[in-house]
Write a protein that binds this ligand. Structure first.
Ligand code: PXG
Length: 295
């Protein structure tokens, strides 16, 4: 049974309970991260913790300790559980308060760190065949409201988007923004390869994915021109390749969108190259933070 970090203590999973008056539950008032550890190294820990603190600042939530302590607690949660290959989910909520939305009633944020042994998001056959996506009718939040650039606890749009995609036989949802520009998947960023150049939407209508950043670096190293530009559905449908990036999905080729084949309807050459390169840099000293001291 995994041990969960909850407000300063490690407790067994069954005892990791929070109040029904927690504003995270009542109003989705909180932020979170999704991090992975590979082969004894936490991948891009600094970047994830930095995004967590920025997300918290964006919703005016003060995490009760420094980023350095957060990193230590994340590593400790893995050591407590003896994990080297894991999914890590830090969650900070506004904490317990009254039934009103007023944050004044919440004195202490709730801090949770869940570590789970890794189970893959999509089956291996999906990576071999490529994912099927469906353009969902649920638009990503406009930046005028809840910013899609912040990893806050209001994921219902994404939940409904994915549910709709799966209802219609697809594996993942393609979300547009309210202008009709392509934004992202329900839990991943999107890349489009067309006529020798790679495109991805600028981070204004999507989450600044840590994997997205890594993929951009890999593509540049590979000598590709990468353009952060608004994209419409037509650009996606006529792409030579489409692929997704995310902590859970890693790099996932897309074979079909809305029943239309992307390229030849097989995982693309570039997507597979990026996926392979990505696999090589995880679980290393260069991109990761070591969980256990070497012996
Ligand atoms: N867009 C959205 C909306 C996301 O939620 C990404 C892109 C990719 O970001 P990273 O930093 O992971 O490259 C995410 C990722 C999961 C999970 O289980 C991940 C997310 C949300 C919910 C679950 O991996 N965020």
């Amino acid at each position: 049974m995994a041990k969960i970090y909850l407000n300063g203590e490690f407790v067994p999973e069954e005892e990791a309970k929070i109040s029904v008056f927690d504003h995270g539950l009542l109003y989705g008032d909180g932020v979170f991260e999704g991090i992975r550890a590979y082969d004894g190294y936490v991948f891009k820990l600094d970047d994830h913790v930095d995004r967590l603190y920025r997300s918290a600042r964006a919703i005016n939530l003060e995490i009760p300790f420094e980023a350095g302590d957060m990193k230590d607690k994340i590593l400790e949660s893995l050591r407590e559980n003896g994990f080297g290959e894991a999914y890590i989910r830090p969650i900070i909520t506004r904490g317990k308060g009254s039934l009103g939305i007023d944050t004044d009633s919440c004195s202490d944020p709730t801090v949770i760190i869940i570590s789970k042994e890794w189970e893959s998001l999509y089956g291996t056959e999906l990576y071999e065949e490529g994912l099927k996506m469906l353009t969902t009718t649920f638009r990503n939040q406009p930046k005028e409201g809840l910013p899609p650039t912040v990893k806050h606890m209001n994921y219902l749009t994404n939940v409904l988007a994915l549910m709709q995609a799966k209802t219609w036989g697809a594996d993942e949802a393609l979300m547009l923004d309210t202008q009709g520009n392509v934004s992202e998947g329900s839990a991943d960023n999107i890349f489009v390869y067309r006529k020798g150049a790679v495109y991805t939407p600028p981070v204004i209508n999507n989450l600044p994915g840590i994997t997205r950043g890594v993929v951009l670096e890999l593509l540049e190293e590979m000598g590709y021109e990468v353009k952060e530009e608004d994209l419409g559905l037509a650009e996606v449908f006529t792409a030579d390749e489409v692929f997704l990036s995310g902590t859970a999905a890693e790099v996932a080729p897309v074979a079909e969108i809305d029943g239309r084949k992307i390229g030849d309807g097989e995982p693309g050459e570039l997507a597979l190259q990026v996926k392979e390169k990505f696999g090589k840099i995880t679980g290393t000293e260069e991109t990761g933070t070591r969980i256990y001291q070497s012996t």
